[in-house]
Design a protein around this ligand. Structure first.
Ligand SMILES: [Zn+2]
Length: 105
C-alpha cells in the first residue's frame, strides 16, 4: 500500500471522513455538507458562475483571500461524493434516477 496519508492535507483527511459517512446532500442550489463533530454544523457549498465554488465556512472565508485555489474540506467532500464540478449535475441526476442510494457504505 502506498503511503498516501502523508500527502493529504488536513482538509483532505476530513473530507474523506465526511464523504465516507454520506454527510453531503445535494439540492437545487448546491450542496449542504454536515461537518463531523459533537455538534455537527451544516455548511453550504455552491458553484457561483462568476467566482467559482464557494463555501460558507470560516476557514474558506479566511483562506480564499490569500489563495484563490483553496478548497476547504466541505468542497473536497462534495468532490469526493459527487465528482468534479462539471459532473455534479450528471451524477446527481443519475443517482436520483436509480433511487435514493446512499453515497457510501
Ligand atoms: Zn467549507
Amino acid at each position: 500500500m502506498m503511503n498516501a496519508a502523508t500527502n493529504r492535507s488536513r482538509e483532505e483527511q476530513r473530507a474523506l471522513g465526511i464523504a465516507a459517512e454520506g454527510r453531503v446532500q445535494r439540492d437545487d442550489d448546491g450542496f449542504t455538507v454536515y461537518a463531523t463533530g459533537i455538534a455537527p454544523e451544516a455548511f453550504r457549498v455552491w458553484d457561483d458562475p462568476h467566482v467559482g465554488v464557494r463555501c460558507t465556512c470560516e476557514r474558506f472565508d479566511a483562506a480564499i483571500v490569500r489563495d484563490e485555489a483553496y478548497r476547504c474540506e466541505h468542497m473536497l467532500a462534495v468532490t469526493l461524493a459527487f465528482g468534479p464540478p462539471d459532473e455534479f449535475v450528471e451524477r446527481a441526476c443519475a443517482m436520483r434516477a436509480s433511487g435514493s442510494e446512499r453515497l457510501a457504505g
